[in-house]
Design a protein. Structure first.
Length: 266
């Protein structure tokens, strides 16, 4: 879940509106709290909240209950640093299909959702419309190749297959790549995404690529692949990072000493 969330451009948070269900989920260290905080911590800034089970509350499709949930969730996401103006709330019923494909006749009080963004303002009624308004990321193809490895597999008859998401640059068939920090170099023999062969992979593509003369012991998860002839990745002498501390038991004051584990620096 953490790997998938870290690669996401937007998040859909489903909140149960049933009596008792929402109160439990919004409690500290329970799913609504944890999933929202996890998404924000991992850099997901576009959030849609689906208030589900609108048919399962008392009374069904209650505007008052919906507004209570929106207020409670908005208060929490503001605390963790999200701008609530950019968050879309949609009352839905997955069971009955309310606001799933077409506007619901059971909620005439719902006049639709709106959100504001520095690059875009949007409005609509249904959940698919909200999903369609997630802004796609820019594709920095002009920068050097950076591809952090999620895992490395040994497949009989195909040799070694590292997998990961292209962050910047372009991964091309026949390209010679170098892995940092192990300083291993090899040629890309094939590139595949969703079992489809590619000539090249662009930023955002999650791919596997076949390399030869490299063992699964030579490269591993969290190594960084880059083009050997164009600014290949190297070990960093220093870097600047943003750190978010979760559930710290006391006050954070000057002089606090702590340990941290850094997996990837792109």
């Amino acid at each position: 879940m953490i790997t998938g969330t870290s690669q996401a451009d937007g998040a859909l948070l489903i909140v149960a509106a049933g009596v008792g269900e929402f109160e439990t989920s919004i409690s500290k260290n329970v799913q609504t709290h944890e999933h929202t905080l996890l998404a924000y911590t991992l850099g997901v800034k576009q959030l849609i909240v689906g208030v589900n089970k609108m048919d399962f509350m008392e009374p069904p499709y209650s505007q008052k209950r919906y507004e209570e949930i929106v207020k409670e969730v908005s208060t929490y996401i503001k605390k963790i640093g999200c701008n609530s103006d950019t968050v879309t709330f949609v009352p839905i019923s997955g069971w009955n299909g309310d606001n799933m494909l077409e506007p619901s006749a059971n909620m005439p009080w719902f006049k639709g959702w709106k959100f504001t963004h520095k690059d875009n303002n949007a409005s609509g009624t249904t959940l698919p419309e909200a999903l369609d308004c997630i802004l796609p990321p820019t594709h920095p193809t002009d920068k050097p190749l950076h591809l952090p490895l999620q895992d490395v597999y040994k497949i009989d008859g195909i040799c070694t297959v590292p997998v990961g998401e292209v962050e910047t640059g372009v991964l091309k068939l026949g390209m010679v790549v170098t892995y940092a920090p192990v300083s291993v170099t090899t040629e890309v023999k094939s590139v595949e995404m969703h079992h489809e062969a590619l000539r090249e992979a662009l930023p955002g593509d999650n791919v596997g690529f076949n390399v030869k003369n490299v063992s699964v012991k030579d490269v591993r998860r969290d190594n960084m692949a880059g083009e050997s002839k164009k600014d290949p990745p190297v070990e960093a002498a220093s870097f600047t990072a943003q750190m978010i501390m979760l559930n710290h038991p006391g006050q954070i004051t000057a002089g606090l000493s702590h340990s941290s584990h850094c997996l990837q620096v792109c």
